[in-house]
Design a protein around this ligand. Structure first.
Ligand SMILES: NC(=O)C1=CN([C@@H]2O[C@H](COP(=O)(O)OP(=O)(O)OC[C@H]3O[C@@H](n4cnc5c(N)ncnc54)[C@H](O)[C@@H]3O)[C@@H](O)[C@H]2O)[C@@H](O)CC1
Ligand SMILES: [K+]
Length: 500
């Protein structure tokens, strides 16, 4: 897994590398600059006029080193150093010396002409603040960032856009860039929706910081990688039979919303469940039997909705919520089925809405379950939050209270565990913002729970494979035309690529 470290840990990682590799700090900076210019020269022709705006800390030092290297590559480079109250770091000073003569110092931006300072640049590099930012930029720093944002050049941030805090709430002004090239590990802020407007497309550059330190350092935040998911998916053996892969029950659908039931059932079957029973109202019986012949159908007493259930003993996992509605008879049956089913449950959609309105939600959810709210559903469950960092705290708190996994869906869906871990997902695309994709996820997760995966593992595999199927589908069909059924169509390819 890719660990997400705090700013303090990143600093310690730099220091550990300097001490134990060992490598001189200025050499490590040179390596960071080299990683940056390698990426840069592969993408931008040497005819581009490059502007580099530097602070006077180590991020600024990087900017100066990058300027020197790009000059050597033949790029026309102009460098500005913002002179405010920030101290000069030793490596900044050294790189300043090495670049002597090419620097324009900025002490003030007063005239209108100054505001158009960067107009001549085709590419602008932001090296004002890096991970050392400790408060909101003010004075000359704020002016330069505003000026930077007004320029029309392609913009690239060194390590992190200036003004953006890596692991806490930030305040404007913040540089808005097209690309962020970050060193060694992604920063927590990159994974949050509120930062997307600043960071653009981000790339991690390996600068050889200590692998040993990264392996040993404690963190609760991770970015899921394909390698992790491959390790988690259990291989099948010759003597396995359908009983090995569990029996799942899906309670979903109502009159007018049988599509949700079909999508979750098909997704469960494509996710390896041994046996699947779907509980449907009478109006959904023929629809389910003819659309999903592999699933058994258990029929409700009611024509149109979920109102009652029968013996639950044979099921290893339950998925409930897609399309069930919030009619009071369904609410009653929902609470009652949760109370009687002691094994893990996936709760989605209307299930979550019912839970939000229920006064005793902490008592009805069986421990080890998975809740899959999108942002609006999550707000209904826990109330408003002022920024995404607070949302993450609320998510961890709910997971702890319910002793279950809380999976908040969106770009970089996040999985919170009762132990306080956060896993961020990197698969998926905006094409998946279409009706029914959540129902597909419910089916996948229910199938994984039925196969004996823990809630934590099921959520990690499920969220990754769901996005991965979406990415495969989008690469063939494009994002605009993508529909939820496409995810099901591409699940086999996704699982195949993720299996050992
Ligand atoms: N050897 C290393 O430690 C390496 C560091 N690297 C670079 O170094 C950066 C971190 O360097 P620094 O820790 O010097 O951090 P910065 O370059 O972000 O500068 C922080 C400095 O600005 C001051 N400051 C913070 N907020 C301010 C504000 N709002 N207004 C005015 N001053 C403010 C701080 O007190 C500190 O002196 C990374 O982002 C990365 O770019 C890379 O060169 C890789 C190696
Ligand atoms: K920066």
């Amino acid at each position: 897994m890719t660990k997400i470290l705090t700013v303090k840990q990143i600093k310690a990682l730099d220091e550990y590398t300097i001490q134990h590799e060992p490598i001189a700090s200025i050499e490590l900076m040179e390596r960071a600059c080299r990683a940056f210019t390698t990426w840069f020269t592969e993408r931008f022709h040497a005819l581009n006029k490059v502007g580099i705006v530097c602070g006077t800390g180590n991020n600024g030092g990087d900017g100066l080193g990058i300027a020197r290297q790009l000059k050597a590559w033949g790029y026309p480079v102009k460098v500005w150093v913002v002179r405010g109250n920030m101290k000069e770091s030793d490596d900044f000073k050294e790189n300043f010396k090495r670049l002597a003569g090419y620097v324009v110092d900025l002490v003030n931006i007063s005239s209108e002409a100054d505001k158009g300072l960067f107009v001549e640049c085709d590419v602008l590099i932001d090296a004002i603040f890096g991970s050392g930012l400790s408060r909101k930029p003010e004075g000359i720093y704020a002016q330069v960032i505003q000026c930077f944002n007004q320029a029309t050049a392609t913009k690239i941030a060194v390590d992190i856009p200036s003004g953006l805090m890596a692991d806490q709430k930030s305040e404007e002004p913040i540089a808005r860039v097209t690309y962020t090239l970050t060193f060694q590990l992604p920063k927590l802020a990159f994974l949050l929706p509120q930062s997307q407007q600043y960071i653009g497309e981000w790339t991690v550059l390996d600068i050889g910081l200590s692998k040993k330190f990264i392996k040993e350092v404690d963190t609760t935040n991770y970015l899921l990688t394909q390698k992790d998911i491959k390790r988690l998916i259990k291989p099948r053996s010759k003597f396995d039979h359908k009983g090995t892969f569990g029996h799942a029950l899906l309670i979903s659908g109502s009159f007018g919303k049988m599509g949700a039931a079909i999508l979750s059932a098909k997704a469960a079957l494509r996710s390896g469940v041994g046996l699947l029973t779907t509980h449907v109202p009478q109006c959904g019986y023929s629809i389910m039997q003819s659309s999903v012949p592999e699933a058994m159908a258990q029929v409700d007493d009611d024509d149109n909705r979920f109102t009652a259930y029968s013996n639950l003993e044979s099921y290893n996992a339950l998925g409930i919520g897609p399309g069930i509605g919030t009619h009071e008879t369904s609410v009653k049956a929902f609470i009652s089925v949760l109370k009687s089913f002691a094994k893990p449950v996936v709760i989605d959609a209307d299930g979550l809405n019912i839970l939000s309105a229920h006064s005793n939600k902490y008592e009805v959810v069986p421990p080890g379950s998975i809740l899959t709210p999108h942002v609006k559903e999550f707000k209904r469950l826990v109330g408003e939050w002022s920024d995404d960092f607070e949302r993450l705290e609320k998510q961890k708190e709910l997971a702890l209270q319910l002793r279950s996994v809380v999976l908040v869906k969106g770009a970089h869906s996040t999985v919170a565990t009762p132990e306080g871990k956060l896993y961020f997902n990197g698969t998926g695309n905006p094409g998946m913002a279409t009706g029914g994709t959540g129902d597909v996820l419910t089916g996948i997760l229910t199938a994984l729970l039925a196969q004996g995966y823990t809630a934590e593992d099921a959520a990690r595999i499920g969220v990754y494979v769901h996005g991965f199927a979406g990415d495969l589908a989008a690469s063939d069909k494009g994002m605009i035309s993508l529909i939820a059924s496409d995810l099901i169509e591409y699940l086999p390819a996704a699982f195949k690529l993720l299996s050992r």
